[in-house]
Design a protein around this ligand. Structure first.
Ligand SMILES: Nc1ncnc2c1ncn2[C@@H]1O[C@H](COP(=O)(O)OP(=O)(O)OP(=O)(O)O)[C@@H](O)[C@H]1O
Ligand SMILES: [Mg+2]
Length: 554
């Protein structure tokens, strides 16, 4: 990226990050701390070497030592203060960014999740947001406020002592800076690759945890471990490359800047011999040139961090600017659903291949539809369209005879209860797992729901009854019984439409009966769409629709 564009982007980030007053306060505090330290050291050194020592004045030496200690104590307090301010600001900025990103993640439409893996999102949420939040209060302060500001203030002090030596020293550092830019460019590509590898590693770890059972049953643990090893090896290699470049740069830079001391010895030593400069001045020059080198190194050391944080902030801004968001409140409020009609609906996930073709279906009040078909035939897609996770590419979906785009997404979804095979159990009690979807529901109502689901007796037989934490004791309920939590939640909301997606897969005979009863209970007097493999389940329905490659064949 060109410097001009980089500065433009940085300015945009600064405006976005906010807290400008705090940043200015930190900057001023650092400037005052630096100037105070340098002024006092220069003043005391000159006084001691030029006046107090030649005059054998012990009292003067003691006085200056005490002044020095007092100034350093004040300065230490100021350092503590700005470090505190920076740390707090960093936490605040990271928190604010995380909140903005999280809010946006809730609003983006499903396409975003289709196009980004869990690893990408996790890397983004954890590493990028953390790095981006540290860009201004941590890295910019360290690099520019402390490194660069101190460098220029020291250079200014040097100028007052010896202009020509200062010009030579700054010249050396300009060469050093050009060398830095050259080496820095070499690491950018590797840093990008390190970030991508990080995402892959996150994905593999996530897959390993979430898909633990699948990996174990497929006996592919070794394959996965090998895959992770390869990624980690590459990750280490790339980091080694960056370190190698940094190492090379360090030695070249040390060589260039090593010319500083001989230059001072030669020029200023000559001036002292000629009586044009004092011993104190040559001492200060040597001392300050060391400080210049320290500050420059400080700046350089933070370049990699700066690049990482800059890339991270760019990603965050780019993500926050995504306009693929769902405005779930836009449109009229849908009070209830009496009938649904799919009218010549076509749909494509990629605007190319049609997943749903010419789909026509009318579902009246209290009607139960079974949706069957081979895997990949488009059954879940039909229900995704109804919930407006996606919208038809052409054709219309009507609710109560109106195009459903007239109604707010929020009110449509509130009227639809979607039950899937997977159960998201919260780390809370059984009762709280139900109250989570409807906080106003009473304990008696929850008990009645579980009575209908034929799970009440089992729950009250548990030591803590409805207050059992099923997250911490996952084996207390079988997988089919746990699935009833999903049914209970939907019954606690009591929506007009029920969608059941493959809820009868992978069930034992006993739990199958339990789930069959649950289906009967939850779909009672409701419009229901039941995606099912089992003949038994389809028997409960009024109509069976068979899908093949996105088309209704029967
Ligand atoms: N988010 C998505 N992005 C792109 N393609 C998708 C997406 N979801 C599903 N598909 C594709 O659309 C087709 C229909 O998928 P869908 O999940 O609707 O099938 P299904 O009938 O529910 O299958 P199953 O019985 O396996 O659940 C498949 O080819 C699938 O790969
Ligand atoms: Mg499906």
């Amino acid at each position: 990226m060109k410097l001009k564009n980089k500065l433009k982007e940085l300015n945009k980030m600064y405006k976005h990050a906010g807290h400008h007053k705090k940043m200015v306060q930190i900057f001023l505090l650092i400037c005052v701390t630096v100037v105070m330290e340098l002024l006092v050291v220069a003043y005391i050194t000159k006084k001691i070497i030029n006046i107090e020592i030649p005059n054998n004045n012990i009292k003067g030496l003691i006085t200056y030592s005490i002044i020095y200690i007092i100034v350093i104590a004040i300065q230490s307090y100021m350092v503590l203060k700005h470090c505190d301010m920076r740390c707090i600001l960093q936490r605040i900025m990271q928190g604010e960014l995380r909140e903005k990103v999280f809010n946006k993640l809730q609003k983006v439409n499903l396409k975003f999740y289709d196009n980004n893996s869990t690893g990408t999102i996790l890397q983004f949420m954890q590493n990028d947001v953390n790095n981006a939040g540290g860009l201004f209060p941590d890295i910019i302060v360290e690099m520019y406020f402390m490194g660069v500001t101190r460098f220029f203030i020291i250079a200014m002090f040097l100028m007052f002592i010896d202009l020509k030596v200062t010009i030579m020293l700054v010249g050396l550092y300009v060469i050093g800076y050009l060398v830095t830019i050259y080496f820095n460019r070499k690491t950018i590509k590797d840093l990008h690759q390190i970030r991508e590898l990080n995402i892959d590693i996150y994905n593999l770890i996530n897959e390993g945890i979430q898909g633990f059972l699948t990996i174990k049953t497929l006996e592919i643990i070794d394959v996965k471990i090998k895959e992770l090893d390869e990624k980690l090896e590459k990750f280490v290699d790339k980091n080694k490359n960056v370190e190698k470049v940094v190492g090379k740069y360090n030695s070249i830079f040390a060589f260039i800047t090593s010319f500083a001391i001989p230059l001072i010895i030669f020029w200023s030593g000559n001036d002292v011999i000629k009586g044009l400069a004092t011993y104190a001045e040559i001492m200060l020059l040597i001392d300050y040139s060391g400080a210049l080198k320290y500050e420059f190194n400080w700046f350089i050391r933070h370049i990699t961090d700066f690049n990482q944080a800059f890339i991270a902030y760019s990603k965050v801004l780019k993500f926050l600017e995504i306009d693929e968001i769902e405005d779930v409140h836009k449109g009229e409020k849908l009070e209830n659903i009496k009938c649904i009609e799919f009218e010549d609906v076509d749909f494509s996930y990629d605007n190319n291949q049609k997943t749903i073709k010419n789909f026509n279906l009318k579902i009246n009040s209290n009607e139960k539809i079974a949706l069957v078909g081979k895997t990949g035939s488009g059954k879940s897609t039909v229900t995704n369209l109804l919930c407006r996770f996606y919208e038809p590419t052409s054709g219309r979906i009507l609710i109560n005879s109106y195009d459903y785009k007239n109604f707010s997404i929020e009110s449509i979804r509130k009227n639809i209860g979607y039950i899937m095979q997977d159960v998201q159990i919260l780390p809370e009690t059984i009762i709280d797992n139900i109250k989570y979807v409807n906080e106003n529901i009473t304990e008696v109502e929850v008990e009645n729901i579980f009575k209908k689901l034929k799970l009440h007796d089992k729950i009250i037989s548990l030591e803590n009854g409805y207050n059992t934490n099923i997250f911490d004791n996952p084996d207390i309920l079988s997988s089919g019984e746990k699935q009833l939590i999903n049914f209970a939640r939907i019954m606690a909301i009591n929506p007009d439409v029920i969608i059941l997606d493959e809820v009868t897969s992978n069930l034992s005979f006993n739990t199958e009966m339990l789930v069959k009863n649950a289906i009967e209970q939850v779909t009672k007097n409701k419009i229901s769409i039941i995606i099912a493999h089992r003949l038994e389940t389809t028997k409960l329905c009024d109509k069976i629709i068979t899908l093949q490659n996105g088309e209704i064949i029967i």
